[in-house]
Design a protein around this ligand. Structure first.
Ligand code: MTE
Length: 330
C-alpha cells in the first residue's frame, strides 16, 4: 500500500509553535481521523505549520495525490523545507532566502518559451495554476551532501513543452530565473549573493527535459510555493543535484547547443552540466558517498545515509545515459 502523505502525523508536539496553532488539537485530530489529507485542510490551517510570509499568503492547491513509490525515509518537515534553502539571489546563508525573499513579487508573472520553436509562447502563472496538478514526493539531494524528502505539487515539464512546436534541430532546453536586481539583493551585491553571474541559468538535454520525472513545481506541502523555494514556479529534477532545480523561472529556450549553467560557469571542474547524483564521483573538495538527511531530528542531526546512484531513480533514468562515461559527463 502506498504510504499516504500525512505530515501532520509526523510532526512532533515540540515542533509546533503554540502561538501559531490555528486549529485546536481536538479539531485537528477529528480532521485527521476523518481521513483528510493535509491538503484538504482549510488554507488558514497553514498557520499551524509554519510562519506566514509578508507576501500574499500561500494558497491551498487542488491536486491528485501521489501514486508513485515512496522514495524512502520520512518527509522533511515543512518548516525545514522552507527555512533551509539555497537561493543565492537572496543571500548565501541557508536562512537568508526565507528572511529576504518575502517581498518577491510573483504577480504578474509570465513564462516565455522561445528559441527553436515554430512560434514562441508566453504563459501566465495563473493559467498554469489551473492545469491539473499532481503531488510528487521526491528526494532532493544537494551537491553539498544534504538531502530532504519533499512533497511537491506541479506538472510534468513535458506538458509545458507540448505548448510549442519544437523544431527538429532543438537538442537542449535552457532555463532562466528572473533577473531583477531591484528585488533580488544578491543580484545587486556580490557580498550578498556571492560572485555568481546573473541571471541564474540552467539546462537539460531535451530527452532529460521530457523525462516523466522532470517536474515543474508550483507548490509544496499542499500549497503554492513560498518565495524562498522558488515561487511561483521552479524546476525539480530529482535524479540530479539540487542546483539543477532552478527557481523562479521566467524563460525556457530551446537550443541546438548545450546551454551555459550558472555553477558550471563559476567552477567548471566542480560542477558539470549533467550533475547526476553519483556516490562514485566525488566533488573535488568532498565525498559524495553519503549525505546528511534533514528530517525530524533537527537540522544538525547526524543522520547520515548512503547516497544512491541517480538519487535512487536509476531504474527510471539510467537509460538516458547509456554509453556515457558518468565520470567524464559529471
Ligand atoms: N535557483 C536559483 N535561481 N538560485 C539558486 O541559488 N539554488 C539551487 C537550486 N535552485 C538556486 C536555485 C540549489 S544549490 C539547490 S540545492 C536548490 O535550489 C535548493 O532548493 P530548496 O531551497 O527549495 O531546497
Amino acid at each position: 500500500m502506498p504510504r499516504r502523505y500525512q505530515p501532520s502525523l509526523r510532526l512532533r508536539e515540540s515542533e509546533v509553535t503554540p502561538e501559531s496553532v490555528y486549529l485546536s488539537r481536538r479539531q485537528w485530530l477529528a480532521q485527521v481521523a476523518a481521513g483528510l489529507t493535509f491538503a484538504a485542510l482549510p488554507g488558514s490551517a497553514s498557520a499551524f505549520w509554519g510562519k506566514e510570509s509578508a507576501q500574499a499568503p500561500r494558497r491551498p492547491l487542488k491536486f491528485s495525490p501521489y501514486q508513485g513509490p515512496w522514495p524512502g525515509g520520512e518527509l522533511t518537515p515543512e518548516d525545514k523545507v522552507t527555512s533551509y534553502n539555497n537561493f543565492y539571489e537572496f543571500g548565501t546563508a541557508k536562512d537568508d532566502p526565507a528572511a529576504n525573499a518575502q517581498g518577491l513579487r510573483t504577480r504578474p508573472w509570465t513564462l516565455t518559451i522561445d528559441g527553436l520553436v515554430e512560434k514562441p509562447v508566453t504563459l501566465d502563472i495563473d493559467s498554469l495554476l489551473g492545469w491539473p496538478l499532481e503531488e510528487r514526493i521526491y528526494r532532493l539531494r544537494c551537491v553539498e551532501a544534504w538531502s530532504m524528502v519533499i512533497p511537491w505539487l506541479g506538472f510534468p515539464l513535458a506538458r509545458l513543452l507540448d505548448q510549442v512546436k519544437i523544431l527538429g534541430s532543438a537538442r537542449y532546453l535552457a532555463f532562466e530565473t528572473l533577473h531583477d536586481p531591484e528585488q533580488m539583493p544578491g543580484q545587486r551585491s556580490a557580498l550578498v549573493g556571492g560572485s555568481l553571474p546573473w541571471p541564474y541559468v540552467e539546462g537539460l538535454r531535451l530527452d532529460e527535459a521530457r523525462h516523466p520525472l522532470a517536474l515543474i513545481a508550483v507548490g509544496l506541502y499542499g500549497r503554492t510555493l513560498p518565495p524562498q523555494n522558488g515561487a511561483p514556479l521552479r524546476l525539480v529534477v530529482p535524479w540530479k543535484y539540487g542546483f539543477k532545480s532552478i527557481k523562479s523561472i521566467v524563460r525556457l529556450t530551446l537550443t541546438d547547443r548545450q546551454p551555459p549553467t550558472t555553477w558550471n560557469l563559476l567552477a567548471p571542474h566542480e560542477y558539470g552540466f549533467y550533475a547526476n547524483v553519483n556516490p562514485a564521483v566525488d566533488h573535488p573538495r568532498w565525498s559524495q558517498a553519503s549525505e546528511r538527511f534533514i528530517g525530524n531530528d533537527g537540522l544538525f542531526g547526524m543522520k547520515r545515509e548512503a547516497t544512491a546512484l541517480f538519487n535512487g531513480y536509476a531504474t527510471e533514468v539510467a537509460q538516458l545515459y547509456q554509453g556515457q562515461d558518468l565520470r567524464v559527463d559529471y
